[in-house]
Design a protein around this ligand. Sequence first.
Ligand SMILES: NC(=O)c1ccc[n+]([C@@H]2O[C@H](COP(=O)([O-])OP(=O)(O)OC[C@H]3O[C@@H](n4cnc5c(N)ncnc54)[C@H](OP(=O)(O)O)[C@@H]3O)[C@@H](O)[C@H]2O)c1
Length: 280
Amino acid sequence: MSEATKNLKLSFLGAGSMNGAILRGIVASGHDPKLITATLRSDKRAAELRELGINVLVSDQDAEANAKAVAQTDIVFLGVKPVGITDLCDEISSALSPDKVVVSVAAAITLESMQAHLPANQPVIRSMPNTPLMVGAGVVGLSPARSVSEEQTRLVTELLSGSGDVHVIDEDQQNALSAISGSGPAYAFYLAEAMANAGVAMGLDEKLAIDLARATVAGAGKMLSDPQAVPGELRKAVTSPKGTTEQAIKTFDEQGIPKIIAAGTQAAAARAAQLSEELG
Ligand SMILES: NC(=O)c1ccc[n+]([C@@H]2O[C@H](COP(=O)([O-])OP(=O)(O)OC[C@H]3O[C@@H](n4cnc5c(N)ncnc54)[C@H](OP(=O)(O)O)[C@@H]3O)[C@@H](O)[C@H]2O)c1
């Protein structure tokens, strides 16, 4: 990591599941926690965040908490629910300056709708992260506005690269990326859940079935984490002709699992587009 990236002061406005995952990943990758400020609405989770060594401000106790956090930082991660993003932009607008980069992690909130609530030409990036960032195995899609310089995109990319893969994509690809990698960890957990239930249905003890499914999906995930890995090739390598796995895959194909997965991801992308309409 370059000196410039190591010295970045960061703020996380809203530090729930997603922003909390990003900040944990960044702390685990070696960023000095003293350079990080997080804000929360209530003090419920403040103690657990302070244990990481970061500064925490609570907006219910201090109406200026978000603006104060922004004033002292270089990169500002917006991590409240999508419905609250434009109000948060209004709230911090007067504390921003062109040298600060705003990164939103909110699903469906477009650059255009944020820009309407930020100072003119404010550097802003729409992103779609996922929660495995907290264990250094995440994926993030970044779509910078025209107001973001190449150097600013490079700094944000380098900062997040310590906790996962970073892809810079056009904003019109965000909903599709969200449907694959943003929501995707839930699909992998769903697969593990279904495998465990199937094991129980075949007579396995519930704990054993969950242990088998969990460790198998995690182990397969580790094999897939090699950047050279090709999912179809890994699958074929463990599918012997006329064997047991082949019977399972044949049944999945006959029952239309690939089509079902395509339909589910299309529904997720369509929901993101609908939310953009509703909230834009
Ligand atoms: N969860 C995911 O897998 C995922 C994936 C990709 C993108 N996202 C995006 O991440 C964003 C947050 O989702 P989430 O699941 O992380 O929600 P969450 O767990 O409910 O977190 C929201 C956080 O915002 C805080 N907050 C709310 N209003 C605030 C305010 N005015 N000032 C300061 N903090 C405030 C909350 O504080 P309290 O804890 O005190 O209430 C909470 O920490 C959403 O926009 C979502 O689209 C989520």
